[in-house]
Design a binder for this molecule. Structure first.
Ligand SMILES: Cc1cc2nc3c(=O)[nH]c(=O)nc-3n(C[C@H](O)[C@H](O)[C@H](O)COP(=O)(O)OP(=O)(O)OC[C@H]3O[C@@H](n4cnc5c(N)ncnc54)[C@H](O)[C@@H]3O)c2cc1C
Length: 473
């Protein structure tokens, strides 16, 4: 892919030359056209530069919205930077990891989204920010054979929004880095899926059991445990005699350090979810603090050992390590950027941070897609006036609309802010599971518009007739 940066720079230089030329013309009432033209060109040449770092739930939604309002009318140059080339709805990563959703059709390509929505896309990882020069530095982009495709580059900004998300937090537990997998992004979910498929085949061939241990009883770990069982149920009826005996037994152990799983939900949901998981064969161990991980499994603080062929760390939340190189911005203990309620860094009024990588000092919010989306919407509404007229961005008020957890096809619950819980029951939480799926569809409509969003939903449905319902290769 070729980035036409030099062409853009020449264009800007030509614009400036024309302005300078027109400025030499005496500004009398007899030449209003010249003055008007000069003003127009001047505005074009000094278009504010808005950088959005991270095209996740918050960043891509913000870039798309600002593209429609500012980019489309030439009011600003909006650039999205991401270290990957496509976006996925992160709350679906456990489905990609278990293979129950094929991710080919659920990716949004940044280049095509940018060209259709009046913003630019630059691939690369932002490794540092020079706040004096108002410049970010992107690491070189490498091909899979290690060769350099794009050299390290820097981009200037007037306003920057950091939306680089989060990753699981191993709290420095020995052995986790070397012996555990995580599913914080698509690459990791695919790596897990590859290992899961291979171990499953091995278990088929050896007529043995497959042990998987997941650390973290929050939404990620709980949903992954259920989805893995769903994957095995789908695989069961396939003709796999060539690989060996009957479908192997899957032994999933969910380890939660706290007293109950899904601590962000009411106790009734935690209890019902634990029962549901146990009914499908998942071993749930609460108050189980992990002391260390090794190639055979996890050692708990009480000295016991949980054997596992595949080990997943899905506990805790921290910002990516790279925030420590972002120009000395004040961070909290987990590396999240400290912001005022209006999402502006507490130390720099040109830097905003949204979603999982940010932390509002006065009023911390959970790291959820709901928070990320509302914050992106808030900035999309208020950044134009801030950039063009210097109007301060008001505080972002979070409207808690509740939370939904879906245990594969088995059950689901929604907890509303007033304490109402719905789901479970004889319908196996169908309404809650549909609600969970609707959140994704809503996100697609936000990115593509209603028409294309519905087509995408329809094409996903058509796919269920022509593709296997599990990833097999
Ligand atoms: C398995 C799983 C299930 C979940 N389920 C739910 C759920 O049911 N409900 C819910 O509300 N939340 C859920 N979450 C949490 C939710 O996904 C996150 O809160 C949400 O995605 C945060 O959005 P974000 O925009 O802050 O970051 P992300 O969506 O994570 O996006 C971050 C983006 O930044 C890019 N990036 C990272 N570092 C750099 C860098 N240095 N330079 C350039 N680009 C960079 C990444 O490539 C990525 O595109 C779940 C999370 C997981 C992992």
């Amino acid at each position: 892919m070729k980035l036409d940066v030099t062409k853009d720079l020449y264009f800007q230089k030509i614009q400036i030359l024309i302005i300078e030329l027109l400025n030499t013309i005496p500004k009398t009432r007899s030449i209003p056209f010249g003055i008007l033209l000069a003003r127009g060109l001047k505005r074009m040449a000094s278009k504010p530069e808005i950088l959005i770092v991270g095209g996740g739930v918050a960043g891509l939604s913000l870039a798309t919205r600002l593209g429609k309002t500012m980019g489309r009318h030439g009011r600003a140059r909006i650039t999205l930077i991401d270290k990957s080339f496509s976006h996925v709805w992160k709350p679906m990563l456990h489905c990609f990891a278990s293979g129950t959703v094929s991710n080919e059709n659920d990716r949004v390509n940044f280049i095509s989204q940018a060209s259709g929505h009046h913003f630019e896309f630059w691939p690369g990882e932002v490794v540092s920010i020079d706040r004096e020069k108002r410049e970010v530095v992107l690491s070189p982009l490498h091909a899979s054979d290690g060769s350099v495709v794009l050299e390290s580059r820097s981009i200037r900004y007037d306003t920057i929004v950091i939306a680089i998300g989060s990753c699981a937090n191993d709290f420095g537990t020995p052995g986790v880095k070397d012996h555990c997998l995580s599913i914080d992004n698509l690459v990791e979910a695919n790596v897990f899926n590859e290992k899961f498929r291979m171990e499953l085949l091995r278990a088929f061939a050896n007529n043995s059991e497959l042990d998987i241990a997941i650390v973290g009883g929050g939404a990620t770990g709980t949903q992954l445990a259920a989805e893995l069982h769903k994957a095995l149920e789908i695989v069961g009826p396939y003709n796999l005699h060539a690989f060996g005996g009957p479908p192997p037994k899957l032994r999933v152990t969910l380890l939660q350090s706290g007293a109950r799983i899904l601590p962000a939900f009411p106790e009734s949901v935690s209890e019902a979810a634990q029962k549901e998981l146990e009914s499908i064969g998942v071993t749930v161990r609460t108050s189980a603090r992990v002391a260390a991980a090794d190639a055979t499994g996890f050692t708990l603080k009480d000295g016991s050992h949980v054997t596992a062929k595949l080990r997943v760390w899905a506990a805790g939340v921290k910002a990516p390590q790279v925030t420590t190189t972002y120009g000395g911005l004040p961070l909290n203990r987990t590396g999240q950027i400290l912001t005022h309620p209006n999402l502006c860094s507490i130390d720099d009024d040109r830097i905003f941070a949204v979603g999982d990588c940010s932390f509002i000092s006065d009023d911390p919010l959970p790291a959820t897609a709901q928070v990320a989306r509302q914050q992106a919407r808030h900035l999309a509404r208020h950044l134009p006036a801030f950039i063009e007229n210097g109007q301060p961005v008001p505080g972002c008020v979070f409207h808690n609309k509740g939370a939904i957890v879906a245990l594969g096809k088995y059950n689901g619950w929604a907890a509303l802010p007033g304490g109402t819980v719905w789901g479970g029951g004889i319908s196996h939480g169908l309404s809650a599971r549909l609600g969970h799926a609707m959140l994704y569809r809503q996100h697609q409509v936000e990115l593509f518009g209603l028409y294309r969003g519905l087509i995408s939903c329809y094409s996903n449905w058509v796919e269920t007739f022509v593709r296997p319902s599990i990833r097999l290769d």
